[in-house]
Design a protein around this ligand. Structure first.
Ligand code: ADP
Ligand code: MG
Length: 639
């Protein structure tokens, strides 16, 4: 049997062969897939020659699942089994459905396990199932077009998606056999598409108006790294509302106050949508529609009238724009670029009014429907290793500092916030007590000085540390965060080689809002925190002083001290023990100083005794060594 060959690390088996990777915009309304081909990110067309598919899945009894345009055709006839906007349900629980738009349109099964499911003719389907059907269709399109198996995909998600929503997206990908190279925030993908990551540093605004949602994000670029400064939006505002407003207007023109037939209303909405879309390039659009129930709509809609109809809806996007500027503490004049994303930003009124608001020309060169998928494709190409010579795009940063609890309930930050990932950082810590053989490691996240004000991520223990005097051991703690935000913390005691480690998911566990909240709190409490830290440090110092003195007293106190001297020292020790319980930093400091002064005679006598002992039989170099090893551990913290 021939031996299998393994290539050198970092080199792929066939250096000239591109690894097929795609970017996927898994949208609420429409989804697309793109890939870098001949150096250009291109959106891939499906078998019908279309580059975007409606995010719609039709389930029928005993027949294959239908996805996209063909599924949408069933919307009027079989609305309950034609699932759209499933993205709104990703990562959500049964309690989130009641208040949602979805509950008006679909029937749900709340009892099937923990995930709520759409009741369809083909059985219960979760949002993950629906998304996975859409992803499978996109994967098929990609593999057909690119002519091979995909190594993976970058899938975009809204910046505000929390851990559960991101995990649901990953689950959907896994179900459809797609390896997720990385989840990427939609606004970040749009900024990458415009190459804003390699431009000058500054703030960019991403205005995304889709079918049913509006998102505004402010991103800050620094050396090719994007940080989400703030996001806001409206989860119930988008092109669908424009369609509804136009449909209402047409009904009013035709003198029909209400359409009781759901199918008829859907038909009218489809007409309204096509009128709206043609008004993005024409100045008027004629319509002529006869519903099955005989109602006739005939007339013309001019761009001016259309603008009047939608302006009140558009205006609802401005308060969130003001809010992100306020939240991020950024002035409009600091915004260096405004990127238009989403099909509804094709509407001329939207473009001009957003431009007016930010007082600059908005970016529309890249098709606003395609821009997110294009950015994701560029990122996928890099992550798949197709651009070995280029600087790897590092697009994510740690939103909050990661650190370790040290003595006194204090936090030692090991990885500061905004550090780009992937990252590995090591820091040395040491033992607190003589003979300590285990160490409790508590990993925390946050900007505050005290553990109680930070978020606890994980706890683990390192055992088997050789018993040494306090501060003598060297424990190296390594924080590693990979590209997906997965944190691994490991601890290694250098002399014995004992190790322990733990995995944590830090960066996606919190929503943007919670992160902001924690940052705000750290600023508000900055001076208070400094005081608390000083107090805690003073207490640690007090305990350390007492421990050291007590162990010395135990060893040879009787030898060097009279009963009276001993009683005085015990008094000072007791005083410090009591004072250390108080909140008074200066009093503790004073009590430590008193104890140090009171014990100086004892320390001196011990020192003299050991020097004499050494002089008796040893060389001078040994004496020097003995004096040097009295030192403390310098920079390393004690845990
Ligand atoms: P999502 O991100 O929610 O999936 P999209 O970005 O694909 O949504 O936007 C879909 C919306 O864009 C729909 O409401 C659609 O009618 C609207 N749209 C698409 N093309 C145009 C156009 N030419 N003019 C105006 N609106 C458009
Ligand atoms: Mg979108």
């Amino acid at each position: 049997m021939a031996l299998l060959q393994i290539s050198e690390p970092g080199q792929s088996q066939a250096p000239h062969q591109r690894r097929l990777a795609v970017g996927i915009d898994l949208g609420t309304t429409n989804s697309l897939v793109a890939s870098v081909m001949s150096g250009t990110a291109t959106v891939l067309k499906d078998e019908d020659g279309q580059w975007s598919i409606p995010s719609v899945v039709h389930y029928a009894q005993d027949s294959p699942v239908v996805v996209g345009r063909k599924a949408q055709e069933n919307a009027a006839d079989d609305p309950l089994n034609t699932i759209r906007s499933a993205k709104r349900l990703m990562g959500k629980g049964a309690s989130d459905i009641d208040s949602s738009w979805l509950s008006e349109h679909y029937h749900f099964d709340m009892d099937s396990g923990s995930l709520p499911a759409f009741k369809t003719a083909a059985g219960n389907k979760t949002a993950i199932d629906v998304s996975s059907a859409i992803l499978s269709k996109l994967r098929a399109t990609a593999e057909e077009t690119l002519g091979g198996d995909l190594v993976g995909a970058v899938i975009t998600v809204p910046a505000y998606f929390d851990d559960a929503q991101r995990q649901a997206t990953k689950d959907a990908a896994a179900l459809s056999g797609i390896h997720v190279l990385r989840l990427l925030n939609e606004p970040t993908a749009a900024a990458v598409a415009y190459g804003l990551d390699s431009g000058t540093d500054g703030v960019v605004a991403i205005y995304d108006l889709g079918g049913g949602t509006f998102d505004i994000s402010l991103l800050k670029m620094q050396r090719g790294v994007f940080e989400v400064l703030a996001t806001a939006g409206n989860t119930a505002l988008g092109g669908d509302d424009f369609d509804n407003a136009v449909a209402d207007w047409i009904q009013a023109q035709a003198g029909v106050s209400q359409l009781t037939d759901k199918g008829a209303r859907r038909q009218l909405l489809a007409l309204s949508r096509s009128l709206k879309e043609s008004l993005s390039s024409d100045s008027s659009a004629a319509y002529d529609l006869t519903l099955e129930n005989g109602t006739q709509f005939k007339g013309e809609l001019s761009l001016d009238v259309f603008n009047e109809i939608i302006e009140p809806l558009f205006k609802n996007t401005l308060p969130p724009c003001r809010q992100v500027l306020r939240d991020a503490g950024v002035a409009k004049t600091d915004v260096q670029a405004v990127v238009m994303v989403g099909g509804s930003t094709r509407v001329p009124l939207v473009r001009s009014k957003v431009g007016e608001f930010f007082d600059q020309k908005v970016l529309t060169d890249i098709d606003p429907d395609q821009v997110v998928a294009v950015g994701a494709a560029i990122q996928a190409d890099v992550l798949a290793g197709n651009k070995p010579d280029s600087d790897l795009l590092l697009l994510d940063v740690i939103p909050l500092s990661l650190g370790l609890e040290t003595m006194g309930g204090l936090v030692e930050k090991v990885v500061p916030r905004n550090t780009t990932i992937p990252i590995a950082r090591a820091q040395e810590f040491t033992t607190y007590k003589d003979g300590q053989t285990a160490m409790a490691l508590h990993v925390v996240q946050g900007e505050r000085e005290l553990v109680t004000d930070c978020r606890s991520l994980a706890k683990f223990e390192l055992r088997g540390i050789p018993p040494r005097t306090a501060g003598a051991c060297r424990i190296q703690v390594l924080f590693q965060v990979d590209a997906d935000g997965l944190l691994t913390v490991s601890a290694l005691e250098k002399e014995s080689g004992v190790v322990a480690s733990i995995d944590v998911k830090p960066s996606y566990g919190l929503s943007e809002g919670e992160i902001e909240q924690m940052l705000k709190a750290s600023m508000e409490h900055a001076s208070e925190d400094v005081q608390k830290r000083a107090l805690a440090e003073q207490r640690v110092e007090a305990r350390r002083t007492m421990e050291a003195l007590n162990s010395a007293l135990q060893a040879d106190g009787d030898q060097h001290l009279s009963a009276e001297e001993r009683a005085d020292l015990d008094g000072l020790l007791q005083n410090l023990a009591l004072t250390a319980e108080s909140e008074n930093h200066d009093a503790i400091k004073l009590a430590i100083e008193k104890l140090e002064a009171g014990s100086s005679v004892f320390v001196e006598r011990r020192m003299n005794a050991s020097v004499k002992q050494l002089m008796a039989g040893q060389e001078l170099s040994a004496l020097e060594n003995a004096l040097v090893t009295g030192e403390t551990s310098g920079e390393s913290g004690q845990t």
